[in-house]
Design a protein around this ligand. Structure first.
Ligand SMILES: C[S@@+](CC[C@H](N)C(=O)[O-])C[C@H]1O[C@@H](n2cnc3c(N)ncnc32)[C@H](O)[C@@H]1O
Length: 117
């Protein structure tokens, strides 16, 4: 099962319910691959990290840049990306064992291989 760029649409309560339902679909040993915008930093670092992320993008859309600074600002303001240190225990609490955890160097994207236990 693969979930990419989707779980951040849900607030944490609904993320847990979604993970629980995904666990319910998988047989024991089944694999969930999850990739999303998940913040691997401390709350005190948020302003600096988000600004660093926003600064990598143009203010106006170009043929090369799908996303603009405004898109990221909107994502941070309106979507429900959470912290890795909240999501990872949540994944395990919903009946998965995290076998692979990858955080991007900028702490913005996380990818997981989780096995249903
Ligand atoms: C950014 S797109 C990612 C699409 C695709 N997974 C990809 O990797 O390109 C987010 C997807 O999440 C779905 N989505 C958003 N909120 C949802 C919800 N509450 N329940 C189910 N799917 C939802 C949207 O329909 C959309 O297809």
């Amino acid at each position: 099962m693969y979930s990419r760029w989707a779980l951040h649409h849900l607030p944490d309560f609904w993320k847990a319910l979604a993970l629980d339902r995904m666990r319910g679909i998988l047989r024991p040993g089944g694999i969930l691959r999850l990739m999303d915008i998940v913040y691997a930093f401390e709350p005190s670092q948020a302003e600096e990290r988000i600004e660093r992320w926003c600064a990598t993008l143009p203010t106006e859309a170009t043929t090369d840049a799908v996303w603009t600074r405004r898109d990221i600002e909107e994502h941070v303001r309106d979507e429900h990306s959470t912290f890795t240190w909240l999501l990872e225990p949540m994944i395990e609490r919903c009946g998965f064992r995290l076998e692979q955890i990858d955080h991007s160097d900028d702490g913005i994207i996380a990818a997981y291989v989780a096995r249903a236990v």
